[in-house]
Structures are given as C-alpha cells and as structure tokens.
Design a protein around this ligand. Structure first.
Ligand code: MP5
Length: 208
C-alpha cells in the first residue's frame, strides 16, 4: 500500500475534502460575509493542536525522518505568527474563540494518534498537509482579499514539504505490518473526513 493508493482508493472522500464550496467561494470571491474570518479563527486553533501533535512526533520518529518532522514543527510555529498578524489586520480576536465541535474532533484524532503506530502517524500527517495543499491549489488563484492566503498555502516550499512527507509515509508503509497498514488507512480516512467537515464549519458542503 502506498499513499497514492490511499487517495485513489478513496477518491470520493478525498474530492469532498479538497473541492469544497468554501474553496469555490475563495476562488470566485463569493463567500458569504464572515465565513472566511470564522474559518480562519478555527484554523488558528487547529494549528495550535497540530503543534502539540507534531512536537510529540519528534521523539517517535525514526532518525531518518527527524529533520523533516522538526522542520515542519518550526514552520508551524512561524505559521502561528502569520495567523496572529493576519487576525490583527482583520480585527479578529483569537483568544476568545471557542473551538467548533469539528475542531475538537480533529484534536481528539491527534490525541488518539499518539497511541498508534509510526506508519499511521506519518500517514496521517502527510494526509493533513496534502489535503490542505490540494484544497488551496483548487482554490487558486483566489479572488480579491483571499488571494494572498491562497498564495501562502500553495508555495513551492510547502509543496516540497508535502512531497517529503509523502516519501516518508511511503517508506514507513513499505515496512509496515498488515495491522499497521490497516491502522494507517483508517487514520487517512479519519483525516479526509475531518478535512471535509472543517471547510463545512464556515460553508455547508455537498457531502456530509
Ligand atoms: C492544515 C490546516 C495544514 N492548517 N488546517 C486544516 C484544517 N488542515 C490542514 O496544516 P498545517 O499543520 O497548518 O500545515
């Protein structure tokens, strides 16, 4: 089993996760008022949970993946600073925001991944980032005030990071047991569903 097989074998949910009406709204400049800001604040809270997940991944990573995982962690910390800057520009308060139930469910998945095998952990991390890159690529180039966000999440550096995660997940899957492969596939599916549901926080989707 490879990462590409996971996407091809679960094409429908992957499409729902990466081609969402929220993203159409970003591309066409047709988002309802407040939808982008609502999503942005929730995504900031998501990145905070991601930072915890990825920092715990560092001591669990094989030596060969440590530089990749630590690089990703450092980039996430900068990303938080970027969100804080954008929130300030847009007059949004990050401190008082409550986590949406979908965001809480995503946090629960990150927590439960701590007890799963390394192939499941790295496959999940790759899926989180690949879904995000594919989704923003589908929103490209983005209309008006949203264009800078689309550009920020579709840079060649981010695409390179996602490719490196894919290689790391493929290496882990190549050596995984049958149970670990099943666990990795389940984790992939959980990520894909949550990615779809996360866009739906702000704009209802065609799927669930
Ligand atoms: C990412 C994100 C990308 N920021 N938000 C969601 C809902 N999914 C994926 O992850 P990261 O860790 O911010 O690059």
């Amino acid at each position: 089993m490879k990462t590409q097989t996971l996407i091809e074998g679960h094409e429908r949910i992957w499409r729902e996760a990466t081609e969402h009406p929220f993203l159409d709204g970003v591309r066409e400049g047709k988002l309802p008022d407040g939808a982008f800001d609502e999503w942005l604040v929730q995504d900031y809270l998501f990145v905070l949970s991601g930072l915890v997940f990825q920092s715990r991944l560092v001591p669990r990573s094989p030596r060969a993946d440590q530089s990749l995982v630590i690089g990703g962690l450092a980039a996430l910390e900068s990303e938080l600073g970027w969100f804080e800057e954008k929130a300030k520009e847009r007059g949004l308060s990050l401190e008082s925001a409550e986590r949406h139930p979908t965001n809480k469910a995503y946090g629960d998945l990150f927590t439960s991944l701590e007890d799963r095998s390394y192939p499941a952990k790295i496959t999940a991390l790759w899926a989180v980032e690949e879904a995000y890159l594919d989704a923003w690529t589908n929103a490209s180039p983005g209309a008006g005030e949203h264009r800078e966000f689309v550009e920020h999440w579709t840079t060649p550096e981010f695409a390179g990071y996602v490719r490196a995660l894919k290689d790391a997940a493929d290496s882990a899957l190549a050596e995984a047991s049958e149970d670990e492969k099943r666990e990795a596939e389940d984790s992939f599916l959980e990520v894909a569903r949550l990615e779809r549901d996360f866009w739906s926080i702000a704009v209802p989707g065609d799927g669930k």
